[in-house]
Design a protein around this ligand. Structure first.
Ligand SMILES: [Fe+2]
Ligand SMILES: [Fe+2]
Length: 276
């Protein structure tokens, strides 16, 4: 079947069931281009519904370990920088799947076409990020799969598999927002090490991730508005229910604001976590 004859949910499932990282990224980019072309030509491509796997396919390597068992290395050493890059590659690969999963899993919830445009664009960017970071790993004599990685990365997706607002609250508005907090520090580490390729890759990621958080906030507010509910209250309730870690400062308040995430969303949860 030509890509153009498939619906978007079916294309999302193809990405989710591809195990090799580079192949998954290539397919994600190809399907994103097909969707964009169909939208530009105003040929209706159906969103459709699908039965995505509970967990996406993963390559045989890296070994997935409990985060407590993932060895820590000093960030100032070359091995430490490779460990950071490896962790980022793993996050980006999961992010590719997370964005396709939201498309495939919630096809039964009627949403405007812009919702799909935003997540297809995000998935395409995550695939680019994965490739960029893999290139950096390879330039540093390593590769994705060379080290163990965090096993818990898909937990947020499983926990929110039946709750679109919960998914938006936890994935883009908590996890991806956390990326905005930590990326500038990471860029500094690689700048000090003179690794210009990684600095450039992380700067692309930093610029594009703001939009992913913004799409989360936009569609979260849309759903709250449709149900006439208070976004701040709903957000707090959903994060308490589905997110198991603490929200920890320091926060990148400027980038969070740019992404439509004001302080009254996250500070009360951070204060709550600090008291317990
Ligand atoms: Fe990313
Ligand atoms: Fe992202």
């Amino acid at each position: 079947m030509d890509d153009i004859e498939k619906n978007l949910a079916a294309m999302a499932c193809e990405v989710l069931t591809t195990s090799d990282g580079r192949e998954k990224a290539a397919l994600a980019r190809r399907h994103a281009a097909t969707w964009r072309a169909a939208r530009a030509a105003e040929q209706p491509m159906q969103v459709g519904t699908a039965a995505p796997p509970l967990r996406p396919a993963r390559p045989a390597k890296p070994d997935l370990l409990d985060p407590r068992d993932v060895p820590r290395r000093r960030p100032g050493s070359p091995q430490g920088r490779i460990a950071i890059l490896h962790a980022v590659a793993h996050i980006e690969l999961n992010a590719v799947d997370l964005h396709w999963d939201i498309i495939a899993r919630f096809g039964h919830v009627p949403m405007p076409m812009g919702f799909y445009d935003d997540w297809v664009k995000s998935a395409d960017e995550e695939a680019k990020h994965f490739n960029l970071i893999c290139d950096c790993l390879e330039a540093n004599g390593s590769h994705y799969g060379a080290l163990p990685a965090h096993a818990g990365m898909w937990r947020a997706a499983e926990d929110t598999a039946e709750d679109l607002m919960g998914r938006l609250a936890v994935v883009p508005m908590v996890l991806e927002a956390r990326g905005l907090d930590v990326t500038p520090g990471m860029i500094d580490i690689f700048r000090k090490a003179g690794d210009a390729q990684t600095v450039a890759a992380l700067e692309v990621i930093y610029a594009e991730e703001v939009h992913h958080v913004a799409y989360g906030s936009k569609w979260f507010h849309f759903l709250c508005g449709r149900e006439d509910r208070d976004p701040v209250e709903v957000f707090h309730a959903l994060v308490r229910r589905y997110f198991h870690g603490p929200l920890k400062p320091p926060f990148n308040e400027e980038k969070r604001a740019e992404a439509g995430l004001p302080p009254d969303f996250y500070w009360p949860l951070a204060d709550e976590a600090a008291r317990t």
